[in-house]
Design a protein around this ligand. Structure first.
Ligand SMILES: [Zn+2]
Length: 114
């Protein structure tokens, strides 16, 4: 497979993640996946800064602007409580559909779906 050396959706054993792992195993798996995501982001950044001639300072400034979208400069983007656009009831972030009326959630940006 083209991306097999990256192994983004796999753990270190190259097997699908299971729900029976220990907390330590889950943490190790998450840490490994985080490190891989960081590498992919760094690789993408090298292409983007070359293609669009963006500096590291501009990236940091944009990071700070986006961090402030939720009103707090804390390195996190807190997602507020969402209401169903069809029935108006509070949506559970764990589900892709409204638990009350079944409407599929809509997102302002793709990052709200993560
Ligand atoms: Zn609903």
């Amino acid at each position: 497979m083209l991306y097999s050396h990256i192994g983004m959706a796999r753990n270190n054993n190259n097997t699908p993640p299971s729900n029976s792992g220990s907390s330590k195993g889950d943490l190790e798996n998450l840490t490994a996946r985080f490190e891989k995501l960081k590498l992919v982001n760094m690789a993408m950044w090298t292409f983007i800064k070359e293609k669009f001639e963006i500096t590291e300072e501009q990236l940091i400034e944009r990071y700070k602007e986006i961090d402030m979208i939720d009103g707090s400069s804390d390195g996190k983007l807190k997602v507020g409580i969402k209401k169903c656009t069809k029935c108006g009831k509070t949506l559970n972030p764990k589900f892709e559909k409204c638990a009350y009326c079944g409407a599929v959630k809509s997102f302002g940006t793709i990052f709200e779906a993560i």
